[in-house]
Design a protein around this ligand. Sequence first.
Ligand code: BES
Ligand code: ZN
Ligand code: ZN
Length: 521
Amino acid sequence: MKKDIVCQQEVFGVIFENIVSSPLEVKTKALAIFLFQGKPLDVSFKPIDQALDGLINNLLENKEFRGEEEETYIIPTLGKLKAERLIMVGMGKEEDFNHDTIRKAAAYLVKAIKKIAIQEYVAMMPEFVNLDEKTLARSFVEGTIMGFYDFKIYKTEEKEKNRKIETVKLMWSDNSKIKKANEGKKVGEVIANAVNYVRDLGNQPANVMTPSRLASEAQKLSEEYDNINVKIFSLDDSVKMGMNLFYAVAKGSNEPAKFIILEYNMNREDLPLYAIVGKGITFDSGGLSLKPSEGMESMKYDMCGAAAVLGIMKAAAELKLPIRLVGVIPATENMPSGSATKPGDIMRSYTGITVEIVNTDAEGRLILADALGYVSKNYKPRAIIDLATLTGACVVALGHYASGLFTKDDSLAEKIIKAGEKSGDRVWRLPLWPEYYEKIKSDFADIKNVGGRPAGAITAAAFLSKFIVNNVSWAHLDIAGTAFVDKERAYIPKGATGAGVRVIIQFLLDEIKIRNRNKSV
Ligand code: BES
Ligand code: ZN
Ligand code: ZN
């Protein structure tokens, strides 16, 4: 089914296996162990230390290896162990241990492995940490797959580099752990592969990742998964339905715009319905409110919300989540031209609100307004969550370490924040108080699309909230700072990061758990 390279990780196809063995028995090119900083050697490592004549303890005592985050140390075992090498991986201080520690350690291990050309390694699971086997296996697999990622398909020389590793084994102390570990492995594989898929979509340049290409990616998902349907509306169709804000952005571009709808499990009316909406600006030049040329190339990432929606749909189908899910992607370029929207133009939205477009570079909120109006009117989901690289102001507020969360629903906020912490795809809430709405009042229309510089991320979210009808619960994730980065860290590569996938999938998994719990009482 894989027609062309979309997700490199799947092409390289690392196989994960949960095995039961012991550090003295396991035969491998490299055995990895995980250690906390400043902690005496765990009992489970004592046999290894003895076999190596006390070398590990020595290294710890001499502070040659400290166990700090990011630290790895490779020891050739010279026949003293059946494993040819021992790789020590730091997890940082035990008191700082959190849900992300294992993911990061797994990714730093990948970096060490990449330097030595081996096809296979075994990681001894740190069963002494405060995580159940399922979560431990899931986190390790996620960190490994996300850590392997790089985008080299246009690098003529480096294309083959990643093909080296074929098998990664997770080693456990006894059989009772394997069932849960296998469950965790599967979930981790699905989620991390979806993240890497989203990264691939995001990293593609705008001449490749056009609105039509986003539509064909959606189409491919529907061919691959029986229970995903796709509907694709042209710009003409969208205008006939009344989506004039979407039209206002699309009309300046020569690339055909697409309004894409994906539905998962839609015939299962017994299942609760959720909706996700993603900003699909495949290139944001700013339109007539043209952006400065410096850094404009990064506006190819302005479709990362759309990519996240595709990744979430794919993961939901692979995990066979017992929910219904609708994904909506308004996809277009934002370009200046003779047919482009002019600052000051007024348009009527899908829901009937008139909007004065004072700045054509605030285009994301325009296309999302019609998409949010469309979903909240035509579907009655329990919640709509939109994902958008919406404002530079959000990057100023939160940097690259958390997505902005905006919602009036406190319970939804709490759930999304928790899902963010668990998944490592963190969000931070900002307010939507009535005062902010003053800023988007227009002299000539119902509202205008920009509320000035102060609180730019909030006024953008306030604008979006105006287009939700039927009182549907709604949350907005501004992923402008998290969707792409220019400095790599642990399992986050340079370029597109896949932000939004992990937090939303975790949110949905938690929702399913809550529902099952309520059903059984
Ligand atoms: N796509 C941008 C936001 C953005 C900025 C994403 C930086 C990622 C990194 C968005 O369409 C935009 O141009 N927003 C303007 C809004 C302004 C005109 C009110 C911005 O943030 O400057
Ligand atoms: Zn813009
Ligand atoms: Zn934009």
